[in-house]
Unconditional design. Structure first.
Lengths: 374, 222
């Protein structure tokens, strides 16, 4: 990043409608990781540390996203929750039960209370949609009638009531994932793990699957823990987020707070793609850290909270009394709240800059000086 | 040779072949199936990790498969006598045929199971399935088309092997072809035997393919 970046954080207390905060200590977390480390390989040369001292808690009833690049340790992290992987050290606690201390039988009981969906759906090709959803119930030892009573409403819930006799090969990607979701819900779990569930789907289908997950979270009160490399997914449905990089959690909190105040480089780079805040190439390549006479300053204006709803851009042009041009911009919704980003350029003239700063202070607009162009 | 005589020789030999192939095929596959499942699931980090047994059984299977069948027939004569009370005749021939089928089919079952996406095993584990439930509900169910094709291949190979058991008086079509067609210079007998064998193999293969296609739901059109 540019070393001369300066963030002008304006005081916004009182002017913001604060996002709803969870009651502190209302309920113990659904999942907590305590100093969890996972190494693969036995000898020193081949040893690989996938997770390195991870501390994280997943709130009950929330949708929590863990985001990171491939190889960051996301998959390992989510597999520790249902014991598909075992931690090398540290504790993973699911609903008060320490996963590492469970016997094989205990682990199987836990897994029946934790549903999981997968990137490649992992449906049995030899079974119909109905029979796939029935599988976890057969495994749990239910009889045919109980299974039917359970599977039929689940297929209706995911919108596949008319496809129960279809085989996976006869279904589209989105439909397969719906079957996967119904299957994961069959044993009425309290926690749903999503392993890149939308990464193999097109954007439109992704959206419909995310809507379904959101609805299930709201209607069934199910806690959802998802891993993804797509910021879009987190932005759309996760109320909480943790950013993982090289086996470490580098940032965690309410999605809106993490996104709007991203500090870590990984978060910023993942965000810039998702929020449309990446500068166009032709601007980025000409950017200078210091102004010379006659240059224009590039400023990123960030709108969120109360500033998102005001007609500030028009007023800015009027206040500055100079020509302002817009270079990049987007308006997004993060965890249900609006977030806008606009890159503007205006003359780096001391008088103009002075007026601009007064305007920012008065309105509470968050700004970031990106650099200067001739 | 009169057509009547040829027909009676052919039908007698065909019945012997069918008897040997059917019994050896069923018995051998029944024993070979669990061995194949074991080979596919007992490697390091797999469902029933037993790497040492896996390697030992794998080595035995390889040894049995690399022994020429005609040598196997002779080598296990004492065992054959123990089982059937005799070392010659059709029943006696079934013993080496069965023994040869076991490792052959086991490797085919292993290959069919290894074809299955590991993600399915992971999904079943995530549902809380026991290793045995995974074998029956996931592995065998998903490998059914592959195992069916493997069984077909086994039967076809057995038809070929059964031609060699004439050496111990097993009879069958191959024996007929050698004794009449070759040793008594009767090319028409040889030709008849080859035609019957071709038709037999074709029938077995077509039936196996059709069955495997029925079991295979992976390429269904929407």
């Amino acid at each position: 990043m540019n070393p001369t970046n300066q963030t002008v954080q304006q005081a916004q207390a009182g002017s913001l409608s604060a996002p709803p905060e969870p009651l502190p200590n209302a309920a113990p977390p659904m999942v907590s990781f305590e100093a969890v480390t996972k190494r693969f390989g036995t000898d020193d040369e081949n040893q690989f540390t996938a997770l390195d001292g991870v501390d994280l808690s997943v709130a009950r009833g929330a949708i929590t996203g863990i985001i990171g690049r491939s190889g960051a340790g996301k998959s390992t992290l989510i597999r520790l929750v249902n014991g598909l992987e075992k931690a090398t050290s540290g504790r993973v606690v699911v609903d008060g039960i320490e996963v590492g201390g469970l016997s094989e039988t205990g682990l199987r009981d836990l897994r029946r209370q934790v549903g999981m969906i997968f990137q490649h759906f992992n449906l049995l090709s030899s079974r119909t949609a109905f029979e796939n959803v029935a599988l976890p119930l057969e495994i749990a030892g239910l009889d045919g009638k109980s299974i039917r009573d359970k599977v039929t409403p689940l297929l209706d819930l995911v919108g596949l009531g008319d496809k129960s006799k279809r085989y996976p090969a006869e279904l589209s990607g989105g439909q397969k994932q719906r079957v996967g979701i119904a299957r994961a819900l069959a044993t009425s779990p309290k926690l749903l793990l999503s392993d890149e569930a939308t990464s193999a789907l097109d954007p439109e289908t992704t959206q419909s699957i995310l809507d379904l997950l959101k609805r299930i979270n709201a209607e069934l009160g199910l806690t959802v823990l998802l891993i993804t490399h797509e910021m879009e997914v987190v932005k759309t449905i996760a109320s909480d987020v943790a950013v993982i990089d090289r086996g470490k959690i580098v940032e965690a909190g309410r999605t809106f707070d993490v996104f709007t105040g991203a500090k870590h480089e990984t978060t910023r780079s993942l965000l810039s793609a998702a929020l449309g805040t990446k500068l166009p190439e032709w601007v980025g390549s000409k950017l200078k850290p210091q102004p010379s006479i006659g240059d224009r300053v590039l400023v990123r204006l960030i709108f969120f909270g109360s500033t998102a709803f005001q007609p500030l851009t028009g007023r800015l042009v009027a206040e500055l009394g100079a020509d302002v041009n817009i270079l990049a911009g987007s308006i997004e919704e993060i965890a249900g709240e609006p977030y806008g980003s606009l890159v503007v350029a205006y003359p780096a003239d001391p008088a103009v800059l002075e007026r601009a700063n007064r305007f920012y202070t008065a309105t509470g607009l968050q700004t970031e000086v990106l650099g200067y162009v001739a | 040779m009169s057509p009547d005589m040829l027909f009676s020789l052919l039908s007698k030999s065909l019945l012997q072949t069918l008897q040997m192939v059917a019994i050896a095929g069923l018995l051998g596959s029944l024993v070979g199936l669990p061995i194949g499942v074991f080979l596919a699931t007992s490697g390091k980090g797999e469902l029933f990790p037993a790497p040492v047994s896996n390697r030992v059984i794998g080595a035995i299977v390889n040894a049995a498969r690399s022994t020429p069948f005609i040598i196997l027939v002779v080598a296990i004569i004492p065992f054959t006598r123990l089982v059937t009370g005799t070392s010659i005749g059709t029943n006696a021939a079934i013993v080496p045929l069965t023994i040869a089928t076991i490792p052959f089919f086991a490797r085919l079952v292993e290959a069919a199971i290894r074809e299955i996406d590991k993600g399915l095993i992971e999904a079943a584990r995530a549902m809380g399935a026991t290793p045995l439930q995974i074998v029956f509900k996931v592995l065998l169910a998903e490998a059914k088309p592959g195992i069916t094709l493997g069984f077909t291949m086994t039967i076809v190979s057995l038809i070929g092997y059964s031609a060699m058991v004439g050496a111990v008086g097993g009879g069958g079509l191959g024996d007929l072809g050698i004794r009449y067609g070759y040793q008594r210079f009767m090319p028409e007998v040889m030709l008849a035997v080859v035609v019957v064998l071709i038709v037999l193999v074709q029938l077995v293969q077509s039936a196996g393919d059709a069955l495997a296609r029925r079991f295979d739901k992976r390429n269904r059109k929407t």
